[in-house]
Design a protein around this ligand. Structure first.
Ligand code: CMC
Length: 431
């Protein structure tokens, strides 16, 4: 029996339908509220607003649950690999052998970056932030492949398999090229290798010395990319949906998502965590001073890698990555003093009333940087790695928007708090 919610305003009662999701999440469908009453809901930052229906990822922040297309992140982390999970997220089902092979082939066939496009790198100053380069390079894919980026959903969806594989594969190659550009190293050609090994080759091979695959490194990279593959309506995915809702192509929407991800409160947090751990290490602090500064409530002193807009219990990704950290370092025969600092910080914060009462726990970014560092990836590339991992989620979200025949352009409302109506004063009379 469908339920309704009654909203009473100024003695007027409005009945709004109640929606219930697969996992019992409830929402009030308030789309007609403004039309019927003149009121809107105010929800700065959309923290309590469902902006869409989505079949990609289920996230229960109170209970630390994350599932992609029904499969728990723990099972995927333990049994799947990045490319397979990317397929699952994009297409909705785990691939058959045949589908997995076809997807892998498409990724391999689209790994290269056109020579003409490589010249774009000449225009970037050496110290251009990697995420700035990545966003503009991905946006420019729409110029290099105009047939895949017509800004007509029907046509663009007709080429979706190709554009999706191209986006993931080229973000990987462009990421490695950005790394080499910032170091003044020559670019390398992709090889006929599995996805992660190809990335490691593109990053670390030398002209007369090919990168030799190390299974532990490949599997750690696979795990960390998989852990970032999607995360419901986070800032960058919501951005991709919003931009896509204007009818624009996949590449332009992805570029917008990359821009959103680069902020320090979102994907940029993984680099900020490493800077924080390094400065604690350099100052021979055991973390105590940092923790007490983080409690002043200002955004500039936050304990980076802690807290989450949705998780209020624990971030299941942080649990998997935190455990993997020690294992990966051991397998690689490395040690990292920053891992000890991270453990100490976590233990101290989890006992501190400030963090406990606000339900602040380590998030995915708290330990991921230590794994990236162990793989030889420099800090300024961490958010690029996050972008590569998140690309399947963005693509799946764009596809949902593009395939929804009833979809509307995203256009929130606001409460205007500027000056009331006033008359124009000519400049000569303004004093
Ligand atoms: N360190 C210290 N205090 C914090 C922190 C932190 N990391 N995070 C939140 N708080 C405090 C905040 O000052 C506020 O205190 P009060 O109630 O006294 O005003 C309270 O906790 C609630 O914070 P909030 O700003 O309402 O929380 P939010 O849900 O808006 O923000 C967040 C979520 C992730 C932006 C925030 O926790 C943060 O800035 N964390 C550090 C940055 C970070 O690690 N970001 C990565 C997020 S996970 C990866 C991703 O998906 O992007």
């Amino acid at each position: 029996m469908p339920k309704n919610a009654l909203i009473k305003i100024d003695d007027k009662e409005i009945s709004c339908p109640v929606m219930v999701g697969t996992e019992g999440e409830k929402a009030i469908d308030a789309r007609n509220l403004r039309k019927d009453t003149g009121y809107i809901f105010y929800d700065q930052g959309y923290g309590n607003t469902g902006s869409c229906e989505s079949a990609i990822t289920f996230l229960d922040g109170d209970n630390g649950i994350l599932r992609h297309r029904g499969y728990s992140i723990d099972q995927l982390a333990g049994q799947s690999e990045f490319v397979e999970t990317a397929y699952l997220i994009i297409y909705g089902e785990l691939p058959t052998m045949k589908q997995r092979k076809a997807f892998g082939d498409l990724l391999r066939q689209n790994a290269h970056v056109e020579t003409q496009m490589q010249r774009l790198f000449d225009g970037y100053p050496k110290d251009t932030p990697p995420m700035v380069m990545l966003a503009s390079l991905v946006a420019s894919l729409a110029g290099y492949y105009p047939d895949l980026a017509t800004n007509n959903f029907e046509k663009d969806l007709g080429q979706f398999d190709l554009s999706a594989a191209m986006a993931i594969s080229k973000i990987r190659t462009l990421g490695a090229m950005i790394y080499r550009h910032t170091r003044g190293l020559p670019f390398l050609h992709p090889k006929d290798l599995p996805f992660c090994d190809n990335f490691l080759h593109l990053m670390f091979s030398e002209p007369y010395h090919d990168y030799v695959s190390i299974p532990e490194v490949t599997s750690a990279l696979n795990l960390i990319l998989l852990m970032h593959a999607d995360h419901e309506q986070n800032c960058s995915s919501a951005t991709v949906r919003m931009v896509g809702s204007s009818g624009v192509n996949l590449f332009t929407s992805l570029a917008a998502g990359i821009g959103a991800l680069s902020g320090p409160l979102h994907g940029g947090a993984n680099a900020a965590v490493m800077h924080m751990l390094q400065s604690i290490h350099d100052e021979h602090d055991d973390g105590t001073r940092f923790i007490s500064a983080a409690k002043d409530g200002s955004k500039s002193h936050r304990l980076m890698g802690f807290g989450h807009a949705v998780y209020r219990n624990f971030d299941p990704r942080a649990k998997v990555i935190g455990e993997a950290c020690g294992v990966v370092l051991k397998k690689l025969g490395k040690s990292d003093p920053l891992l000890d600092i991270a453990h100490n910080l976590e233990q101290a914060a989890l006992k501190d009333d400030y963090f406990v009462s606000r339900k602040l726990y380590p998030n995915v970014d708290f330990y991921s940087g230590i794994i990236f560092r162990a793989l030889g990836i420099p800090i300024n590339m961490f958010t690029v790695m996050f972008a590569l991992g998140r690309s399947p989620g963005w693509i799946a979200n764009w596809r949902e928007v593009a395939s929804n025949p009833k979809g509307r352009i995203y256009r929130p409302r606001q409460i205007y708090v500027g000056p009331a109506r006033r008359d124009y004063v000519p400049i000569a009379q303004r004093g």
